[in-house]
Design a protein around this ligand. Structure first.
Ligand code: ATP
Ligand code: MG
Length: 150
């Protein structure tokens, strides 16, 4: 089982889209093992997006992520890193496939409502950055796991 990190960005919270997005994650069968609603300290936002330091949109990105609450989550599932990126869709909603979260629920590349780790190295780094191991609840079975006998 793989783990990934995802975060609903402040516009998702302000627009009341948490339930809609969580429903898509749960319907797919991914298991939510960590979840917290938080105002993101600037230092954490900068560490999270350090790969974008120096890019023209960097300052706005940090302002955006710190502009309101973020719902940070850790998910577990088979191929969840690439699978979640597929459900989330490409960075710009104009390029994202219809049916993806970004295509269906937002209009701009800048305010694209959700983050998802892009590879195993990022997933590990981001989970460790946002969560302590004792905040993760992997000790329960989802209905799908019970059905599959795992
Ligand atoms: P995320 O890392 O948030 O999951 P992503 O991996 O699809 O998104 P990145 O290239 O890592 O895309 O960009 C990080 C975030 O920076 C984007 O989600 C978006 O909010 C913002 N961003 C990226 N490119 C641009 C751009 N050209 N103009 C404005 N904002 C941008
Ligand atoms: Mg990214």
């Amino acid at each position: 089982m793989e783990r990934t990190f995802t975060a609903l960005k402040p516009d998702a919270i302000k627009r009341g889209l948490m339930g809609e997005i969580i429903k898509r994650i749960e319907n797919k069968g991914y298991k939510i093992i960590g979840m917290k609603l938080m105002n993101v300290p600037e230092e954490l936002a900068k560490k999270h997006y350090e790969e974008h330091l120096g890019k023209p949109f960097y300052e706005r990105l940090i302002r955006y992520i710190t502009s309101g609450p973020v719902l940070a989550m850790v998910l577990e599932g088979e191929n969840v890193i690439s699978g979640l990126r597929h459900i989330v869709g490409k960075t710009s909603p104009d390029d994202a496939e219809a049916g993806s979260i970004r295509a269906d629920l937002c209009m701009t590349k800048e305010y694209n409502i959700i983050h998802a780790s892009d590879c195993p190295i990022s997933a590990k780094r981001e989970i460790e950055l946002w969560f302590n191991e004792n905040e993760l609840c992997s000790n329960y079975k989802t209905a799908l796991e019970i059905l599959m006998g795992i």
